[in-house]
Design a protein around this ligand. Structure first.
Ligand code: SF4
Length: 419
């Protein structure tokens, strides 16, 4: 038995199940991982218990998944939450529909035990050291926040980023105060999507949003002042519109266009990026004309119905997202797909085929393989339970590499020097 199953008790202690192999999930289907799919638990990972979710194990020699708690609810399933830069290949092995209430918005990954250490089904897709959790030491944060607040008095966006850095522990916001790398520019309290797993707004209250949605629209002056300050003091700098604590930046295109023009006239060599749902191709065109350098379009799927079942767009449809990607590529800027990866859905044959078409036919440069943070049951209820398990995320990535020579995988945004 190579990779043993794990489970936890009510006090959160984690145990390995002797003679029981780890059960992983590809959507709701139980699978056993291959050696190639398993890596030692990366530094910076967290453990998440799955209360009210039964722990399962492959009984050696039986080939079937069995309950590890003998039906009693004193033991439950346990999972890992991976650090940025790693894509999970499978969900934890349990029955997701049995939970009493929804799990919080995290990307749960199967957890195994072997040779005295924890293992997970995952792959490292980005080696960018800037986002390693060990780089984010808060000891000087307050002092740096005070210094910036003094330098950029009355700038509401600086005050917002201080909340994001202190209360939401947003790495990008901390970068602004630590004067380095990628700096966030949240600008929009509103959005024209209604994603099932939105991390900043959960109107139906079924699950708690991970962070508070921005409540004001910064002025073009506040945006450009903060950005120019960042470009003047940060090594390897870039600024990004479209953050977890806001709605959709495209909704503020006029303000963004004015801000980008000001930033680019002061700092022509700067990198200005937008993370967006790509819902308005004409607005993307005006941002490119203003000097935008790169775009990251978020999708959970390149299959229209799977996309619309999750994003629940209010005033656009999936075809406009495709048009935005093409518009950006034709404008010559760097184009990234931010794929919200969900094992068992993203690696279905029709999904992979559609993704190949989207990337190949619209000039996409990079695919960020991001883990979708959501209770698997909540997601599968929205997009549908697949009849069969997926082909496997590693196989999906191999096929994409074969079909689209030169395509790159990653997890983080790039500066112009890295395009
Ligand atoms: S596009 Fe972003 S802000 Fe809008 S609903 Fe989806 S996750 Fe939330």
């Amino acid at each position: 038995m190579t990779y043993q199953a794990t489970y936890t008790n009510k006090s959160g202690e984690i145990f390995d199940a002797k003679n029981h192999g780890v059960v992983c999930c590809s959507a709701q289907h139980f699978v056993q991982p291959t050696d190639e799919e398993m890596i030692p638990l990366p530094e910076g990972s967290k453990f998440f218990t799955l209360p009210d979710h039964e722990p399962l194990g492959w009984k050696s020699g039986s080939g079937s998944a069995v309950l590890l708690n003998n039906g009693k609810n004193d033991l439950s399933a346990v999972s890992a939450f991976l650090p940025p830069g790693y894509t999970r290949l499978y969900l934890p092995g349990t029955y997701f529909h049995t939970g009493k209430g929804l799990l919080p918005l995290w990307a749960y990954t199967a957890l195994a035990w072997k040779d005295g250490e924890f293992w997970v089904p995952a792959v490292k897709v980005d080696d960018d050291k800037h986002w390693n959790p060990s780089k984010f030491d808060d000891r000087n944060l307050d002092e740096n926040i005070a210094m910036k607040m003094e330098r950029l008095k009355d700038n509401r966006l600086v005050q917002q980023l201080a909340i994001c850095a202190r209360d939401f522990h947003c790495f990008a916001a901390k970068n602004f105060f630590l004067e380095r790398w990628e700096c966030p520019l949240p600008t929009s309290p509103v959005c024209n999507s209604d994603c099932v797993g939105c991390i900043s707004l959960q109107p139906n209250g079924k699950v708690k949003a991970s962070m508070e949605r921005l409540k004001f629209i910064p002025s073009a002056k506040e945006i450009s002042e903060l950005s120019i300050d960042h470009f003047e003091c940060a090594p390897e700098p870039l600024v990004s519109f479209g953050q977890g604590c806001e709605g959709e930046p495209i909704m503020q295109t006029d303000t963004l266009t004015e801000a980008i023009r000001t930033i680019k006239s002061a700092k022509p060599e700067s990198t200005v990026n937008i993370n967006t749902n790509g819902s308005k191709p004409d607005k993307i065109k005006s941002l490119c004309e203003a000097g935008l350098d790169s775009i990251r379009v978020s999708i959970n799927s390149a299959v229209k119905q799977t996309y619309e079942n999750y994003y629940r767009p209010s005033d656009y449809c999936y075809n406009e997202v495709v048009k935005s990607i093409k518009t950006a590529s034709e404008a010559g800027i760097f184009v990234t797909i931010n794929l919200l990866v969900f094992p068992g859905i993203s690696d279905q044959e029709d999904e992979v085929e559609a993704l190949i078409g989207l990337v190949r036919d619209n000039g996409v440069n990079l695919i960020q393989m991001r883990n979708l943070n959501i209770d698997p049951h909540y997601y599968l209820e929205a997009v549908g339970y697949p009849e069969t398990p997926g082909m496997g995320i590693l196989k999906m990535m191999d096929i994409l590499k074969q079909e689209i020579p030169g395509i790159r995988f990653g997890y983080f945004n790039r500066t112009k020097a890295e395009f």
